[in-house]
Design a protein around this ligand. Structure first.
Ligand code: GLN
Length: 289
């Protein structure tokens, strides 16, 4: 160790950090690697191959700062200001939810539907875009698609716009500030996706859980988690083209209730439930006739 307490080599730094992160993280070693690679401006592979390399003390201090933040529970994604979704890197920060792997199922479902059924330039709507992970991914995967995202948080909206620019899809993505589908009233879309806040208020994890660092605005779905879907669904049929698809992510425990709300809102639609990677019921699917 240096006088300041910063370990000298990459290997010692990783070992010391992983030990300290064990109390808060399920993946202390991987977290330590990600944080050190970020601090040194290198890759995890390089770290693994250079455990004897000496660390620059200034960069070592930077790493120590990241480890302290992570040991207080802050998500790695906020420290890195980056998260991966559907194979692409997104900028994230405390104003947006960190994109989750389970949400990738909505993308798979939408792509299967749109690649098969729609014309060359489908119009897609993502309600409550957050970082823009869903909207930008759809635009990137479907070359002709025009994607609209709505978002109530101006800071999140800026991040979504930045992600669209960084991923080269800004010309086919528009993000509009406003509540749910209100900003697009009178327009119709081939698919509507939403990953609205759906955690029941009493179940929002307290610190140091990483979720406690995420915006309540993006998590809190009211007493049963369905407050926002209850506001969104009535009238949503007017935003959907005939033959269109709706995909709504929510908590497994809310699926039956959300499917019932969707059936009321789409009396001509076929409503079903889809599962995530863990086999948990995770989204409601509506196919409109
Ligand atoms: N999947 C997130 C969680 O469980 C919640 C996302 C949301 O509310 N839309 O923490």
């Amino acid at each position: 160790m240096l006088g300041s307490g910063v370990p000298v080599t990459v290997g010692a730094g990783l070992a010391s950090a992983a030990e300290r992160l064990r109390a808060t993280s399920d993946s202390p070693r991987a977290d330590a690697q990600l944080l050190l690679a970020h601090a040194l401006g290198t890759s995890r592979d390089w770290l693994v191959a250079h455990t004897d390399a000496r660390m620059d003390p200034v960069l070592g201090e930077r790493f120590e700062g990241y480890v302290r933040r992570r040991s207080c529970g802050e998500p790695v994604a906020y420290i890195l200001q980056a998260a991966w979704f559907y194979g692409r890197e997104f900028t994230v920060g405390p104003a947006v939810l960190v994109p989750r792997p389970e949400t990738e199922h909505l993308i798979d479902e939408a792509l299967a539907h749109l690649r098969g059924a729609s014309g060359n330039s489908p119009r897609l709507l993502d309600i409550g875009s957050g970082s823009g992970a869903i909207a930008c991914t759809l635009a990137a995967e479907l070359q002709g698609a025009e994607v609209t995202g709505t978002e109530i948080s101006p800071t999140a909206l800026d991040i979504a716009c930045e992600n669209a620019r960084r991923l080269g899809v800004a010309s086919r993505c528009e993000f509009i500030l406003g509540d749910l589908a209100v900003p697009v009233r009178g327009r119709r879309f081939d698919a509507v996706l939403a990953n609205l806040p759906y955690v029941p208020t009493a179940q929002i994890a307290p610190a140091p859980d990483p979720v406690s660092f995420e915006p309540r605005l993006a998590l809190d779905g009211g007493a049963d988690g369905l407050d926002l879907y209850r506001r969104l669904l009535p009238g949503l049929a007017a935003s959907l083209q005939p033959g269109g698809l709706v995909l709504l992510e929510a908590a497994p425990a809310s699926m039956a209730a959300l499917a019932a709300l969707a059936s009321d809102a789409f009396p001509n639609g076929t409503v079903s439930i889809g599962s995530d990677y863990a086999g948990l019921e995770r989204f409601v699917r509506v196919r409109e006739r």
